[in-house]
Design a protein around this ligand. Structure first.
Ligand SMILES: C[S@@+](CC[C@H](N)C(=O)[O-])C[C@H]1O[C@@H](n2cnc3c(N)ncnc32)[C@H](O)[C@@H]1O
Length: 278
């Protein structure tokens, strides 16, 4: 199986001009086997042929590998700790008139970026301050970004939203909910490939300088080398004193242990130390 899967990944990499070889081999093997079963093909060799002949198949497989699932406040404890204990410490001092800059990296359809926007807005209301806020939401998949820009979500993805947030930040529309335009206007959606070796942060952000980075449920799908490479970039893009949110199944690599302090025992939130060099 190994060699044929490597060949399939090589094909996708050439076809799209994007790195498909950095995803974890066990994930890819599972997904390809699933696709072979779905299509009732005898084996991988036939699937490899199909990839070449059917123009729709490469996109289909790439979507299967770049798992898209997301939801609002997906880890409720983590987002609650961010909202109630941490967010105010990230705001610029009113006298400095600065920006609060956040990055939702691998944002899928924008559920995570909107969750951040809600938490930030709630904090600003509570403290009655109005610093400028920029939230960059990036993903490699253009159609995911389109969903984010549209700001329309089915009830199924809103499970973590409170009733108060639902009535404040959403309007019911048909079978789903539309995000308030003021919230959407806090977010800039742009394409950014976290595996692109030529850039460490979205160029639209003028390269990093983030107070808050949320990169959840993406690193876990990478092989160990790519995990480190992407982590290096996230660390570089985070301001000293800034906060990093990881997914439940993701950890800070050992070489960053003294540069990123775990804020609580739970919640997977880390603060970059002021002297954070590696
Ligand atoms: C499981 S979703 C995570 C969404 C969100 N962060 C969350 O935790 O709910 C993984 C996302 O990573 C994106 N992705 C996959 N490969 C990527 C890459 N090379 N660069 C940027 N995003 C990527 C996928 O398109 C997908 O939207």
């Amino acid at each position: 199986m190994g060699e044929m899967v490597a060949e399939i990944l090589g094909f996708l990499t050439d076809h799209f001009g994007e790195d498909f070889q950095s995803y974890s081999r066990s994930l890819v093997e599972k997904r390809v086997a699933e696709r072979v079963r779905q299509l009732r093909l005898p084996g991988l060799a036939e699937y490899r042929q199909l990839l070449q002949c059917d123009p729709a198949e490469p996109s289909y497989l790439s979507r299967m590998l770049r798992i898209r699932f997301s939801s609002f406040f997906r880890d409720p404890l983590q987002f609650e700790l961010l909202r109630s204990q941490i967010m105010s410490s990230l705001l610029p001092a009113p006298s400095q008139g600065g920006f609060l800059r956040a990055w939702s990296a691998a944002c899928a359809g924008g559920e995570e970026a909107c969750s951040l926007a809600i938490i930030i807005d709630e904090t600003l209301q509570l403290l009655d301050v109005r610093p400028k806020v920029q939230i960059f939401a990036t993903d490699v998949a253009e159609d995911a970004l389109e969903e984010g820009r549209a700001g329309y979500y089915g009830a199924g993805s809103l499970g973590g939203v409170t009733l108060h947030q639902l009535t404040t930040y959403f309007t019911a529309d048909g079978s789903g909910y539309r995000v308030a335009p003021e919230l959407l206007s806090m977010i800039s959606y742009c394409r950014h490939d976290l595996l692109d070796p030529h850039t460490f942060a979205p160029p639209e952000s003028l390269f990093g300088g983030f107070d808050l980075i949320c990169c959840r449920n993406f690193l876990m799908y990478l092989d160990p080398q790519a995990y480190l490479r992407v982590f290096d970039n996230l660390f570089r893009a985070l301001n000293p004193g800034g906060v990093l949110l990881l997914g439940k199944a993701e950890a800070v690599p050992e070489r960053y242990h003294q540069h990123l302090a775990r804020i609580y025992d739970c919640g997977n939130l880390y603060r970059k130390q002021q002297t954070g060099r590696c």
